[in-house]
Design a binder for this molecule. Structure first.
Ligand code: BG6
Length: 519
């Protein structure tokens, strides 16, 4: 195995990061609705604290958690716990006490006008006491049913477009549950906020490795010339998780794999791999290319979409429940925990190249990766199989989004010896080796960008509607005809047989799936 090593000192990395983020946001308050949920504790607060540690937050900065329960000071203590447990932070970390001291809490029902009156007063008090100057970032991390109501009430209470300060709103996924509901939500939010105030978040876009897909393609001269139908045979995108639904039964029952990760995270990955180079790395230019790409996808054939649901099985040597036995899940549930799709992009660059997407819970391991398989050379000079050698295998570029982040290239090399035997070898770039481990969870970059008003890595309304338009017919067809075979894969495996058949129809197999032992 050949390995390329690019060694960069931690100082180089720090210096490069400081050059990129030379702008510090204006003084502001981050107001998190739905703050008692897991997301705040596990992701948002650790991300904000990392920003504080790296000196990227303004000096005049506050956080207010908003939720129904009366948590008082308990909220800040709980957030401290979250930062320690999920942020990889030591108890003794510098700035921790000071940061926790900036966390406030406001208890209210999201449909109670009095609560909004009191919230407005609290924020105005912060402006006077802490110099936050009317700048607010509202983060909607509630159940999606509340999004429209909260937005309307913020508007009605004069908090959306105040005379002083800049207000922005981050809206968590899922953004709608089909095309119609996404349009309705977009219309609702648009009546209160302007598009440049709205930040529809997809945390995949905050991942370094996802952004690096664009860097790999457009900051290097050697890949783009072969990044098209003349050289690429097919592309696979896998988002496999070994975890189950983690106590989110009511949410997942309504969502399923297609809505939960395919329509959003996987379509974002697909757009980065396939879009044309944007005119610049500015929000409008990047969003325009993504929308153009999604609009070029051929309507998805229902026969090119398959679904699965896990039954009991063994994950990491532990016996785990099937989906239907999970807490607050219907024992006859028809919700899919696995989806695989074959699609085609009908444009100049990609016509005729199949793309395969698959996502699932309780699969054999956690891996998110993109593989680009190239066509074989026009003539196999060394034969398909040479005595003593291996099969000559096509070149593959694998982008490992997580874990074990990196990029590798598989190519054929001569096996030492008197014969012209060829074996595949791997040239590998590893983030950890080159840059050291990163604690970033995706939210850091996105929270910072939202505070700076940079929407490049956020979804635009047209983009959200375009991807929903692709999948809504599939969801409608699925809702009409329930599969009789669920559960159709055991937890801890690589998913149902129909997923293998989908890709097998074209003579391919999923990369990374261990082959069945040969007799
Ligand atoms: C979330 C989904 O958006 O993404 C979860 O709701 C999923 O079901 C998660 O587990 C995956 O994110 P990551 O960053 O762990 O790949």
């Amino acid at each position: 195995m050949a390995t390329t090593e690019v060694r960069i000192s931690p100082e180089d990395v720090k210096q490069a990061a400081s050059q990129v983020h030379e702008r510090i946001p204006e003084p502001s308050v981050v107001v998190i609705f739905g703050a008692s949920g897991d997301l705040t504790k596990r992701k948002l607060l650790p991300a904000l604290f990392h920003l504080e540690q790296t000196g990227l937050l303004p000096e005049h900065f506050r956080i207010v958690g908003v939720a129904r329960r009366d948590l008082g000071q308990g909220f800040a203590d709980d957030m401290r716990e979250g930062i320690l447990s999920f942020g990889g932070v030591e108890k003794s970390a510098a700035k921790l006490d000071e940061f926790v001291g900036k966390i406030g809490y406001h208890a209210m029902n999201f449909d109670d006008d009095q609560g909004y009156v009191a919230l407005k007063q609290l924020l105005e008090q912060y402006d006077r006491d802490y110099g936050t100057r009317g700048n607010r970032l509202f983060y909607l991390a509630t159940a999606p049913d509340y999004f429209a109501d909260i937005v309307h009430r913020l508007g009605a209470h004069g908090m959306a477009k105040p005379e002083v300060g800049t207000v922005r709103v981050i809206i968590e996924k899922p953004f709608g549950h089909d095309l119609e509901s996404a349009r309705e939500l977009n219309d609702d939010v648009d009546t209160v906020f302007s598009e440049n105030q709205i930040f529809r978040i997809d945390h995949y876009l905050g991942k370094e490795t996802v952004q690096n897909v664009l860097v790999f393609r457009f900051a290097n001269g050697i890949f783009e010339p072969i990044w098209n139908r003349n050289f690429v045979d097919h592309v696979q995108i896998t988002a496999a998780e070994s975890i189950g639904i983690e106590g989110r039964g009511p949410f997942y029952e309504k969502a399923g794999a297609l809505r939960d990760v395919v329509q959003n995270h996987m379509m974002e990955l697909l757009s980065f791999v396939t879009m044309e180079p944007p005119a610049s790395f500015a929000a409008e230019a990047v969003r325009r290319e993504k929308i153009k790409l999604w609009s070029s996808i051929k309507p998805i054939n229902i026969f090119d979409c398959v679904r699965g649901q896990y039954g009991p099985g063994i994950v990491d040597d532990q016996m785990v429940k099937g989906y239907r036995e999970e807490d607050r899940v219907d024992p006859k549930s028809q919700t899919e925990t696995y989806a695989a799709i074959r699609l085609e992009i009908d444009n100049w660059r990609w016509a005729g190249v199949p793309f395969y997407l698959r996502a699932g819970k309780r699969l054999a391991s956690r891996v998110t990766e993109i593989t680009i398989q190239f066509k074989q050379p026009p003539m196999l000079l060394f034969g398909a199989r040479v005595p003593g050698g291996c099969d000559i295998q096509p070149n593959i570029i694998t982008m490992r989004i997580q874990p074990d982040e990196g990029i590798s290239l598989r190519f054929g090399a001569k096996v030492p010896g008197p014969q012209m035997s060829v074996c595949p070898v791997i040239m590998d770039f590893s983030y950890a080796q080159s840059f050291g481990a990163s604690s970033a969870n995706g939210y850091e970059r996105l929270l910072l960008d939202a505070m700076l008003g940079d929407a490049t890595l956020f979804a635009h309304r047209d983009g959200v509607e375009t991807t929903w338009a692709l999948y809504t017919p599939v969801l409608d067809a699925w809702a009409k005809k329930f599969p009789q075979t669920f559960p159709n894969y055991a937890a801890g495996t690589w998913g149902p047989e129909c997923g293998e058949e989908l890709i097998g129809r074209d003579g391919h197999t999923w990369q990374g799936v261990p082959e069945a032992p040969k007799p």
